[in-house]
Design a protein around this ligand. Structure first.
Ligand code: SAH
Length: 460
């Protein structure tokens, strides 16, 4: 992070603005809106700027800048069209450890003005640290259009109720839940519609009805997809942002964790091959214990929770204890990897069925119904098969599968650094020699793999 966004209280504070043209006027309007006590210094100052500053009791100095002007200022904003003056003011200010902004010159500034979306008291600031003002403008337009103007009023009304809610609902989880309910439901609708008195009455009624001792923990079993955060469902995102605790394992990537609620507690439960950070029983116990404490627990799983995800075991355990839960499906590795690698899992001419198979080793063996797996026109998707692939290939060959049957291996599918290598069943050992084929890797066996080349799929 190059800059830390801080919201500064400037009411009645001394701020120096060096410059008297239209850019200075823009900055002056902003500073005056924040209640700053402005001094404007410049040899020539626009009339509109002069009036605005004087109206708010500020000070106009129509003369060149002097070093003494920066004494006792909280913030200095420089907006002249003379780079020599701009740099001099910046150097003097920085030498004294003052905050200074030179408009459109981040290199001479130690603070920058972010673009803002003002729904006071609600404020959204966007900054690209000076790298792309146009990107900031585009983003701002998107956010502007999606946040109703009345959001500010919603914040005001919530502020009025805050103390009362705090007194009635002591545990923070209860308060949080009450606010989430209020701010996403009828209360907000009434504020949008301008019916603020009705909104106040509604909120009072809700507050009177809420049970201050209720413990309503819940577990969300959420499929996080194969890695690309864009593949999350809306429901997954919503629950990730409202959970108090996130319980996640190795398959859930950083980009996805970044989308969880910032202040949620995070519990890592591992699960790499041979690195069982917490055994399944312990994971079950953590989920139940947190939910019984009244917390909303998001159990984030790679792919889909019900495809080789042990989601079934987790919900069995929750059901036995009467703990409410929701299951949110995710895009399983087979779907994600196939789509991003350009391999349709079924195809009228090549495969009428597709089979998801777990290829993990147990006591050095892979137990699978081999004869059923050997079919022309069937695609096999092998999960957890990186280590066992030579064994699986040998069994498939022994049970009559064509040696020329195409095979694709997809490592880190849908993620940055995705790797796809292809070959045939009898060259599996060679394919596995490719450097970079590390877990998680998925194997696809079947003629559909050929379509990747036919479609001229770009390598990612
Ligand atoms: N529930 C998950 C699967 C968990 S089993 C799902 O529905 O996808 C773990 C196996 O999934 C890994 O060994 C690997 O074979 C596969 N896998 C998961 N994510 C993957 C990814 N991004 N790229 C390739 N394979 C992946």
């Amino acid at each position: 992070m190059d800059y830390l966004p801080l919201a500064v209280q400037l009411k009645g504070q001394a701020v120096l603005l060096v410059g008297g043209g239209h850019i200075a006027l823009r900055k002056a309007s902003l500073l005056l809106r924040a209640g700053a006590m402005l001094t404007v210094v410049a040899p020539s100052i626009e009339g509109e700027l002069m009036q605005a500053v004087e109206r708010q009791g500020g000070c106009i100095q129509q003369r060149p800048f002097e070093e003494a002007d920066i004494a006792d200022q909280r913030l200095i904003v420089v907006a002249t069209d003379d780079p020599v003056v701009n740099q001099r003011v910046a150097q003097l200010a920085q030498a004294r450890g003052l905050y200074v902004n030179v408009v459109d010159h981040p290199a001479w500034s130690n603070v920058i003005f972010p673009a803002i979306i003002d729904r006071s008291p609600l404020l959204i600031a966007i900054s690209s640290a000076g790298t792309s003002p146009v990107l900031v403008r585009l983003l701002r337009a998107r956010i502007e259009s999606s946040i109703p103007a009345a959001y500010g009023r919603l914040a005001v009304l919530a502020g009025e109720l805050r103390q009362q809610v705090k007194e009635r609902l002591t545990p923070i989880t209860h308060r949080r839940r009450f606010w989430e309910h209020l701010l996403q439901g009828r209360f907000a609708e009434l504020v949008w519609a301008g019916q603020e008195d009705a909104a106040r009455t509604y909120a009072q009624k809700q507050l009177a009805q809420v049970d201050p001792l209720e413990k309503s923990g819940e577990v969300y079993l959420v499929g996080a997809g194969p890695g690309d955060p864009d593949l999350l469902t809306f429901k997954a995102l919503r629950l990730m942002q409202q959970a108090d605790v996130i319980v996640y394992d190795r398959l859930v990537g950083e980009g996805i964790l970044d989308l969880c609620r910032r202040d949620a507690e995070r519990i890592y439960v591992g699960k790499a091959r041979a690195e069982h950070t917490l055994a399944q029983d312990d994971i079950n116990a953590v989920l139940a214990e947190r939910a019984l404490r009244g917390q909303r627990v998001c159990r984030l799983k790679g792919g889909d929770p019900f495809i080789f995800g042990r989601g079934g075991e987790e919900i069995e355990h929750l059901m036995a204890q009467g703990i409410p839960f929701q299951v949110v499906p995710g895009i399983t590795a087979a779907n994600g990897c196939a789509a991003y690698a350009g391999i349709p899992l079924t195809h009228r001419d090549y495969a009428q069925s597709v089979r998801f198979v777990a290829g993990f080793l147990r006591d050095g063996r892979v137990d699978l119904p081999w004869a059923e797996l050997v079919h022309e026109r069937q695609t096999l998707v092998l999960y957890m098969a990186l280590i066992s692939l030579p064994l699986i290939a040998a069994q498939l060959l022994a049970h009559g599968m064509r040696p020329s049957m195409p095979v694709a291996l997809i490592a880190r599918g849908t993620q940055r650094g995705q790797m796809v290598v292809t070959g045939t069943l009898d060259t599996v050992e060679q394919i596995l020699q490719q450097p970079g084929l590390t877990a998680p890797t998925l194997a696809i066996v079947g003629d559909v793999v050929l379509l990747r080349e036919r479609l001229h799929w770009p390598s990612v």
